[in-house]
Write a protein that binds this ligand. Structure first.
Ligand code: ATP
Length: 812
């Protein structure tokens, strides 16, 4: 298969990661890979005849003898470089020397041409909005250009417009080929056999959009990075707003979709938001907003943050503009109010970890989908649901996306919300619960005293989860009680009631505001039970890692002897190691991956700048290889060592051979930095120091080696927006669970809690699941403090595959 990829519509972070993954996965699967510059416009312009010939003469650039490599390497080595990577990176299209991109819009690229691309923002192959492609003549020319180069499969990364264009192109393709044939354009230049070979076009779409405006997928490529930019801005504004007791109106992107405004509102702890899908319910929204903010001020808030989506409207579809919101706040409440419009800063910058991981997995899936496509199968869009990469019929997703706009225009806002994914709706409900002072108190007999505790090492999102739980409690009339310093603190009566205002600024705080340690309740179970009784705990929320799971298990088993533990108890996983069994993501793991990506980008830059250097980067994680493995995928590491797989001499010998082959194959005169990521417990013998010295010795004149241990920096400073948003969502679910189980207990005669009432909230593939702690034990490797299985096990191979390791030296 000859496949091409283009990026179209508005640019977004992560588009480069898509191009990199599609090119690399394509070559790994034996395809020839091309990129189309400037979106559909490039497809229409194609390559001028003279230049195309010139470029063919020059490819591929001189490759060293690779006879020592294994059979699997053939396609990779033949497709290593076409010398266009740097030109594309320059983006000038006009380069000194023999090669130039001038007049070449459809460019053959190799494995190394896209090396390191995913650390860069925007799209290196350019994007455009093409009027010509909207016409039949334009698409006819595009079809001609593709057939001329022999391309029979196309990956399109863009918004709903771009994906519609892709579908139109594919549906029309047989007609276009026929028309070209009839006009004799093809016949004169391309053989009838070639025409027959191009009877059908294979197309796959990936959604590149910062707005997260596509239905049937939880996330679009670039949206998480844009959210990062917005949250950074809110965090910065928060301190100045608080200092001067000011109000800020923040305008964010999102013409037809309020995801950015909503998630920024949730993660940034805003006071009020305006989104197109769910406008204020009354015409007098000004009163609604002012009442809400006035109440916040009355309880002592010194700052006000209002977020307005670009496409915000009132219930009569009249646009709500940030300047007007500012005037209302200033005039009616007398607040010193400023407007900040973030504009294009939201688009730019380095992609966050998730915008490297998701596009990489989706890009690889896109190539699979193309290889499996038949003339009868629909064009797919690659999406994601929770943690599962999905394929959905492209036009179904586009149709549903358009239905949102239609529903908004028809003022059917309920319908508009129903077309968004479940996470969107939950986030909206979560925002209302955590940001307003309105109360929906449950009957007094159903109210609970809820103990909240942090366990184990600090992780990003612990405080955000606590804030959400506290605000849920207050809204429903429960009493939230902080237990400081875990079970040790409980024994010392280190507890206090939390207030709505007291937790206000906790969204953006890293570490653990409650204090945390690893002490288990088994330290003195009887004394712990008596403290539960003394403080009249009626429900327990534990936020933490493996210790929290272990503690829950001890408390549940303790129910046999201590009635005080017959209360509902939940564990919300929060650990950078992500070692709680049966959950695919824990709070803090996204923050940690971002810390790893930031550190590795800097290390890789240094490694490239200072001669050919391999950096052995050591990560935390205990006996769990999550952070090292997924981190390797997010940083483009060449090799990864985990405790699950362990290390032995055979592996090391093979890996040294790979690095030598890899450096031999590098372009002459070009200095390459590479990363090896190693979990701290991958081996007791082959330590980071040993590996670094061994690589230095073996690298000889080919490469040098250094090491860096990231240690506690991986706990990250400020929690990532994804961790904050996830914390709110999961924490509110935990509170609802505690309420449900408490009511069950109230209506039971024995007042004995069932085993199901001590449970852990987990993310499993595409859904959230409650797992009773006793059930989880069967899936836990208690000795190594991790799950018996892990979803990321296969990612180690993917990461090494993308580095070319198995192809160049074989698997064994
Ligand atoms: P964004 O969400 O950033 O606006 P988008 O992909 O929706 O991205 P559009 O401007 O709508 O951006 O579409 C990008 C390009 O896709 C258009 O310039 C055009 O070339 C092509 N395109 C869009 N709709 C069609 C269509 N119906 N037929 C053919 N081509 C189309």
């Amino acid at each position: 298969m000859k496949l091409a990829i283009l990026t179209s519509g508005g640019d977004s972070a992560g588009m480069n990661a898509v191009v990199r993954a599609v090119v690399k996965a394509g070559i790994i699967k034996g395809c020839e890979t091309w990129v189309v510059r400037e979106g559909y416009e490039g497809l229409v312009r194609g390559n001028t005849e003279a230049v195309a010939e010139q470029s063919l003469d020059e490819t591929p650039i001189d490759l060293p003898d690779t006879s020592s490599t294994t059979d699997g390497s053939t396609n990779l080595v033949q497709n290593l470089r076409f010398g266009d990577g740097d030109l594309l990176r320059d983006g000038t299209g006009d380069h000194p020397g023999t090669r130039s991109l001038k007049g070449r819009y459809i460019v053959r690229v190799g494995f190394d041409d896209v090396k390191g691309w995913f650390a860069e923002g925007g799209t290196l192959i350019g994007t455009a909005r093409s009027k010509t492609f909207r016409t039949m003549e334009g698409r006819l020319q595009a079809a001609y250009n593709m057939i001329k180069e022999g391309i029979d499969a196309l990956v399109v990364c863009g918004g709903d417009g771009s994906l519609t264009g892709a579908d139109v192109f594919r549906a029309e393709w047989p007609k276009l080929v026929e028309a070209l044939h009839a006009e004799g354009i093809l016949f004169s230049r391309i053989s009838a056999e070639k025409v027959a070979l191009h009877a059908h076009l294979k197309i796959v779409g990936l959604v590149g959009s910062i707005d997260n405006d596509m239905s049937m997928t939880d996330l679009t490529i670039g949206a998480p990075t844009a959210l990062h930019r917005i949250c950074e801005a809110i965090d910065n504004i928060n301190s100045t707003a608080s200092s001067h007791s000011r109000a800020f109106v923040l305008e964010v992107m999102g013409r037809h979709c309020g995801w950015l405004a909503l998630l920024a509102g949730v993660s940034g702890g805003a006071d009020f938001i305006f989104i197109p899908e769910s406008p204020p319910t009354t015409e007098s929204w000004e009163d609604e907003m002012c009442q809400c903010i006035q109440r916040h001020r009355e309880v002592g808030k010194r700052k006000t943050i209002v977020i307005v989506a670009e496409g915000a409207i009132d219930c009569n579809l009249k646009p709500i503009k940030s300047e007007y919101v500012k005037d209302v706040l200033a005039e009616r409440l007398g607040l010193d109010t400023r407007v900040t419009t973030l504009g294009h800063t939201q688009r730019g910058g380095r992609p966050c970890a998730y915008d490297r991981i998701l596009p990489t997995l989706q890009g690889m899936e896109a190539v699979e989908a193309l290889l499996e496509a038949t003339p009868d199968s629909p064009s797919y869009m690659i999406g994601v649901q929770e943690n599962k990469i999905t394929r959905v019929p492209l036009m179904e997703a586009v149709k549903m996306t358009r239905s949102v706009s239609a529903a908004i225009e028809a003022k059917d806002f309920e319908k508009a919300m129903s077309y968004r994914d479940p996470e969107f709706k939950e986030s909206f409900a979560g925002f209302i619960t955590t940001s307003t002072l309105e109360q929906e108190k449950v009957p007094s007999e159903e109210r609970m005293r809820v103990a909240i505790m942090h366990m184990g090492a600090p992780a990003g999102g612990m405080n955000a989860a606590t804030r959400a739980a506290v605000r849920y409690c207050i809204r429903h009339g429960h009493t939230p009680i902080a237990v400081h310093n875990g079970f040790r603190g409980l024994l010392d009566d280190n507890i206090h009631e939390l207030s709505w205002l007291g937790v206000d600024s906790w969204m953006a705080r890293g570490g653990s505001e409650l204090g945390t340690n690893r002490t288990l309740p088994s330290i003195d179970l009887g004394a712990i039970a008596s403290k539960f009784q003394q403080h009249r705990f009626q429900a327990l929320l534990m936020i933490g890692g493996f210790e929290a799971f272990n503690s829950l298990l001890i408390l549940e088993e303790g129910r046999k002897h201590y009635p005080a533990f017959h209360i509902p108890m939940v564990h919300l996983p929060a650990t950078i190691s992500n070692n709680v069994p049966m959950t695919e993501w824990s709070l803090g793991s996204d923050t940690s991956l971002n810390a790893l990506v930031d550190a590795c980008d800097a290390i890789k830059q240094s490694a490239s700048a200072s001669r050919n250097r391999v950096f052995v980067v050591e990560t935390q994680g205990g006996k769990c290889g999550f952070i090292a493995t997924v981190g390797a995928l997010a940083t483009g590491a060449s090799l990864v060592y985990t405790p699950e797989q362990g290390m032995d001499l055979d592996t090391l010998r093979r890996d040294v051979r790979f690095l030598k082959t890899r450096y031999t194959l590098d372009a002459k005169g070009r200095s390459e930095g590479r990363l090896v990521i190693k979990n701290e417990s991958a081996s007791q013998v082959y330590t980071t120091d040993v590996i670094q010295k061994m690589l230095k010795e073996e690298g000889g004149s080919l490469f040098d080696a250094r090491s860096a241990s990231l240690g506690h920096t991986l706990q990250g400073g400020v929690p990532s927006p994804m961790d904050r948003a996830r914390a709110v969502r999961l924490s509110l679910k935990c509170m609802a669970f505690l309420e449900r189980e408490h009511n069950k207990l109230l209506s039971s005669k024995t007042r004995h809690a069932t085993p199901d009432s001590a449970a852990i909230i987990t993310i499993q593939s595409s859904s959230l699941k409650w797992v009773p702690v006793q059930e989880m034990v069967a899936h836990a490797d208690m000795q190594n403090r991790r799950g018996k299985t892990s979803w990321w096990a296969g990612i180690k191979e993917l990461a090494e595959l993308l580095a070319g390791r198995p192809q160049l030296v074989g698997l064994h």
